[in-house]
Design a protein around this ligand. Sequence first.
Ligand code: C2E
Ligand code: CA
Ligand code: CA
Ligand code: CA
Length: 279
Amino acid sequence: AKRNGRGQVFAFSERLRTDFENRRVLFAQIDTALSQDQFEPHFQPQICCETGQLYGCEVLARWRHPERGIVSPATFIAAAEEAGLIRHIDLIMVEKGLDALEDLRARGYAVPSISVNAAPATLRDPDLPDRLLQEVLVRGLSPSDLTVEILENTLVCAHDDTVIRTVEQLTGIGFSVVLDDFGTGYASMSNLSHLKIDGIKLDQSLVQPIPDARAEAIVHALVTLSRSLNMRVVAEGVETPTHFSRMTDLGCDVLQGFIIGHPMDVEGFAAWYEDYTCP
Ligand code: C2E
Ligand code: CA
Ligand code: CA
Ligand code: CA
């Protein structure tokens, strides 16, 4: 073991070095992508269970790379957070998302609202509520046209009260705030007791085991809880007809998932809208 020791240490630090280099390269590429306007929104439809009508859509960031084509957020969100650039991406999604909302409505598509994702760093910006209000007002839109999805872990990580104040301001202005990936964090319930938010988004991990008695019992309990707290329940990762019908029967308000529609660019979304029939 001793004989190999140095070789192993060398290989290890060599790997660390390349990881570090690779990350630095990726940071620089994201920076360039921002200055060359390569981030664009894709839109995933959300359906209202009660009416079967479009409820809204989630705006999901995509990187249109000149050589690599469309790059998924799995490749760049964590790096953008580490590089301190996520706030820019989040705000671009707000701007471009609202532009698309205006454009779609002008073309006659009844899109009630859009949802955007706010990373922890984005939410920690005390100017966020004002910025969002500006973006809505300059387009003649209303705060109720915009939902902000925040990760429940954001709230646990935020040792300061900034995040809590920001959330209170957002809902005070009339934006909707929902807790994303609900059920995956350590403090789901404690977050709910501290914050007046408008809804929860059940994580895919709660939806995908269905049909399954235990998973359905949990969803049922969360729907009941949400009702009594006056919150809506959005279920994501709805992939099968069984997911769709069980989540509807269990009392979810809004469904999102591949069985309804994948994330699409604006033209893809418009085409989806023309063709959509409730499963
Ligand atoms: P998320 O906010 O939980 O978004 C839902 C993810 O689930 C999306 O992945 C979506 O394409 C995927 N999805 C939707 N329906 C289904 C389904 O039926 N089955 C399965 N298996 N997956 C489904 P995507 O677009 O790759 O985004 C991944 C994550 O990246 C997002 O998870 C979000 O955390 C982050 N992200 C994406 N766009 C932004 C953004 O603009 N800002 C920030 N801060 N984060 C973003
Ligand atoms: Ca989300
Ligand atoms: Ca989610
Ligand atoms: Ca997620």
